[in-house]
Write a protein that binds this ligand. Structure first.
Ligand code: PXG
Length: 292
């Protein structure tokens, strides 16, 4: 079997040789940032938006990425080329780097950078017509005053605890509320509500990651002659929604058919959700930065 080629600190290495130190603070303390990016049909989708967020996340934690944006751009494209892929997933990670024990970032001389380009396991196609069963979980979204949910950091325990609670319930995704009880987001997806023809999504300040797919929904809505409003949403708003859908790089745009035992709308993908899915797929096939 052909090994994946991984970019690691300036070199392309075979996957079995792509190793980081047990003293890397990304591992020891979750000190680092990452991006998950998709490429479709030989083009990197929303590439600039992902690079913008990566550099913003790094800035927010005072981590200087040792590659210029232009070099990072090329490294990502070259990683996909090395693996001869046309459709798949890129994981771009920058950690604080290797350092002595003790959480002080000053112990780390040089950030670790690696890029994985691989294929992605997708949700089964039926979920895009039938929808997902989701729940709200007891674990609250971490507050912006603690760790801003806008930072795409290597600290995912908050989300993982929510995921575990979802697994216990048998849910396919789970919704976190913030400390005020407003809907924040899902474990790895943003959420949208359709009610009486209007479309709503939580404010980023309610604890949502500024999702790249979330932002694309605003553009698609404009193109569709619709409008999305940011709002404080409660569980009640979810229960009585006409339609609910999730967005994320991995999930794309996917309907929800049930929340906490309440059937949503028709109990399958509704018309507005299907319209977003159609427009989203057109964008994935027709836009992006050419790789080859
Ligand atoms: N909220 C959270 C907490 C996320 O982690 C999103 C929303 C959606 O954002 P984007 O920019 O993707 O529209 C995410 C994204 C993975 C993986 O491998 C996770 C994400 C994206 C891609 C892959 O777990 N999270």
């Amino acid at each position: 079997m052909q090994h994946l080629k991984i970019y690691l600190d300036g070199e392309f290495v075979n996957e079995p040789d792509a190793k980081v130190s047990v003293f890397d603070h990304g591992l020891l303390y979750g000190d680092g940032v990452f991006e998950g990016i998709r490429f479709y049909n030989g083009r990197v989708f929303l590439f600039d938006e992902h690079l913008d967020r990566l550099y913003d996340s790094a800035k927010a934690i005072l981590l200087t990425i040792p590659l210029s944006r232009e070099d990072m751009h090329e490294v990502v494209l070259e990683t996909v080329r090395q693996n001869k892929l046309r459709d798949g997933y890129i994981r771009l990670v920058v950690t604080r780097g290797k350092g002595d024990l003790g959480l002080d970032p000053k112990k780390c001389a040089k950030p670790t950078v690696f890029v994985i380009a691989t294929t992605i396991e997708l949700y089964p196609a039926k979920y895009y017509t039938e929808g997902l069963r989701v729940n709200t979980v007891p674990t609250q979204r971490v507050s912006a005053a603690a760790v801003s949910p806008a930072i795409k950091s290597l600290n995912y325990l908050n989300n993982i605890l929510a995921k575990i609670e979802g697994n216990l319930y048998g849910a396919q995704e789970s919704i976190l509320l913030n400390q005020q009880g407003f809907v924040a987001e899902c474990t790895a997806d943003n959420i949208f509500v359709v009610k009486q023809g209007k479309i709503f999504t939580p404010h980023v300040s309610d604890g949502a990651l500024g999702g790249i797919t979330r932002r694309l929904m605003f553009t698609l809505a404009r193109e569709m002659g619709r409008e999305i409003l940011e709002a404080n949403l409660t569980r009640y708003d979810l229960f009585v929604a006409d339609e609910l859908f999730l967005t994320g790089t991995g999930a794309e745009v996917v309907p929800i058919n049930e929340v906490d035992g309440r059937k949503i709308g028709p109990g399958k993908a509704g018309p507005v959700t299907l319209e977003f899915i159609k427009h989203f797929r057109e964008k994935t096939q027709n836009t992006g930065v050419p790789i080859y």
